[in-house]
Structures are given as structure tokens and as C-alpha cells.
Design a binder for this molecule. Structure first.
Ligand code: PAF
Length: 280
């Protein structure tokens, strides 16, 4: 039976009890409105931990002024039963007031330079500062041994890994594979904003990533791969933020460089912004 905890003292007592018993604690931070992608992270955390805590907290500091903070879907009952089904032991539900006791303006902030400012960071200024600011707090609250993050937010995972290494946080980070719908669309809480007309078009993000991988394998120059990908998305009706080929650390590869790569796209259909990526 999952236990829902809303007070930090109670969370600390539960986690320190587990640690006294020598149990390893896994953690899956979320913003709720959970789907199979989140539940796969709970199962992933479970593989390297004896107990799993998941948090649901819609974090105001990572939303831009024109983003969907207030209308972000909140589905607490479904989240609780889904987490229980996935094997989560504790649901941690902090409030905005307890997360930011001095208020948002006076909150101590974490900035990870470099990797935070490209791609998503360039299009959503301050977004990763908000993510790092809340994840640091969540790590301090939960004190996990291992934390799982989805690879769908590829750049978020890279930023978190750098933050953890740079600040010597005693948490192992594991990345969970992207979970997709049958037509290839990456699962996301934002997919439900898509209209019935937009929904089949949304899977063009995945098809574009596959085309980018093929074009790189065929030796097309990176600029051409990126501009053709942007054209594919635009032709399907997207407003494109970026289509990019990067090294795994998100730096720009030299022309013709061998080695692992990741293709990333971010594009909006109407007011719904989608991101996806493909490692190859
Ligand atoms: O990936 C998310 O859902 C959020 O960015 C996270 C990591 C829970 C921080 O609010």
C-alpha cells in the first residue's frame, strides 16, 4: 500500500528508518499527470533500490511567464493509484510554500552554466535553473541513493548529471528509456492538449528523428540534416524551435565526426510544444 506524505518531518522519519535498516532509497521526481513513461521510471528505480519515493510537485520556477503552469494537468487520484501499481512506496507531496519557504523571489537558485543555455535553454530562458533549483531541494528532502529521470527530457538529464557531479551530490542518476505510443509519439503529459486533428500529425516528430539518423548515416552535412528536418516538421504544420544533431553531451560535433550522436527536436503544434530525441 502506498503511503502519501505531506510533511517533511514525516518524510525524513520514513527515509531515515529505511536507511537505519540498511535499505537503499530510490527516487522519481515528477510533476504529476503520470503515464507509462513515469511508471517505467519507478520500476527502473526499484531495480537499484529497496524502497522508492516519488514526488508530485508542479514546480512554478521552471515555467516561463507564458507557459502552462496554471493549466498544467493535475490528476492526484489517478497518480496515486498508478504509482502504487508501479511499486512506489511513498508519494511525497510538497506544497509551493514548503518548497519555497522564503517565497519564489527570494529562493536560492541553482544555475548549471553551459549545458543549460543551449537548445531548450535558449528557447526557455531560466527553465533549467528552475529544474535544478527544485531537484536540489527534492534531493535534500528525500535524500535518495539513486534517482531516475526520463531520457525524453534528454537535456534535463544532462543538466542534472552535471549538477550532481559538480556539487558532489551523493545521488546516482539513472536515465530511463523513452516510452512511446504505438505510432511512435513519445509519451508526455502535454500530448493531451493535442486536438484529434493534431494528434496523428504529432508523430511526425519521431519520423523526423528517424530521417535525421538516416541522413547522418548517409553522410549529409549536419547543417543540411538539421535544415531538412526543420522543413519536414514545418511542412507538417509545426512551428519549429530546433532540429539539431549533437554529441551526447550536447556540444556540436565537427563535420563528419564519428561517434555517438543524439538528434533532438522541439516544435509546436498550435499551442502544444513537443520535444523528442533519438540517440544513435
Ligand atoms: O521532468 C519533470 O517532470 C520535472 O522537470 C522535474 C524533474 C520533476 C522537476 O520539476
Amino acid at each position: 500500500m502506498i503511503e502519501t506524505i505531506v510533511q517533511l518531518d514525516a518524510l525524513r522519519a520514513r527515509v531515515s528508518g529505511w536507511k537505519r535498516e540498511g535499505l537503499r532509497v530510490g527516487f522519481v521526481p515528477t510533476m504529476g499527470n503520470l503515464h507509462a513513461g513515469h511508471y517505467s521510471l519507478v520500476m527502473l528505480a526499484r531495480r537499484s533500490a529497496d524502497r522508492v519515493v516519488s514526488s508530485v510537485f508542479v514546480n512554478p520556477t521552471q515555467f516561463g511567464p507564458n507557459e502552462d503552469y496554471t493549466r498544467y494537468p493535475r490528476t492526484p487520484e489517478a497518480d496515486t493509484s498508478g504509482l502504487e501499481g508501479a511499486g512506489c512506496d511513498v508519494l511525497w507531496l510538497p506544497t509551493v510554500e514548503s518548497m519555497y519557504p522564503f517565497g519564489i523571489e527570494l529562493a536560492a537558485r541553482i544555475n548549471v552554466p553551459g549545458v543549460s543555455s543551449v537548445l531548450e535553454g535558449a528557447h526557455r530562458p531560466g527553465h533549467f535553473d528552475g529544474v535544478c533549483t527544485v531537484v536540489t531541494r527534492l534531493f535534500n528532502q528525500v535524500q535518495p541513493d539513486v534517482a531516475a529521470f526520463g531520457k525524453k527530457d534528454y537535456q534535463q538529464l544532462a543538466v542534472i548529471r552535471q549538477m550532481v557531479q559538480d556539487l558532489a551530490m551523493p545521488v546516482a542518476i539513472v536515465g530511463g528509456s523513452i516510452v512511446r505510443e504505438s505510432d511512435g509519439l513519445a509519451m508526455s503529459s502535454r500530448n493531451q492538449y493535442l486536438s484529434p486533428q493534431q494528434r496523428p500529425v504529432a508523430a511526425q516528430t519521431r519520423r523526423t528523428l528517424l530521417a535525421m539518423r538516416t541522413a547522418v548515416a548517409e553522410g549529409l552535412p549536419r547543417c543540411q540534416v538539421e535544415s531538412e528536418a526543420a522543413q519536414l516538421l514545418a511542412a507538417a504544420g509545426f512551428k519549429v524551435d530546433y532540429a539539431a544533431v549533437r554529441r551526447p553531451d550536447l556540444s556540436e560535433p565537427a563535420e563528419g565526426e564519428a561517434g555517438p550522436k543524439v538528434a533532438l527536436v522541439a516544435a509546436s503544434l498550435g499551442t502544444t510544444r513537443l520535444i523528442d530525441n533519438l540517440e544513435f
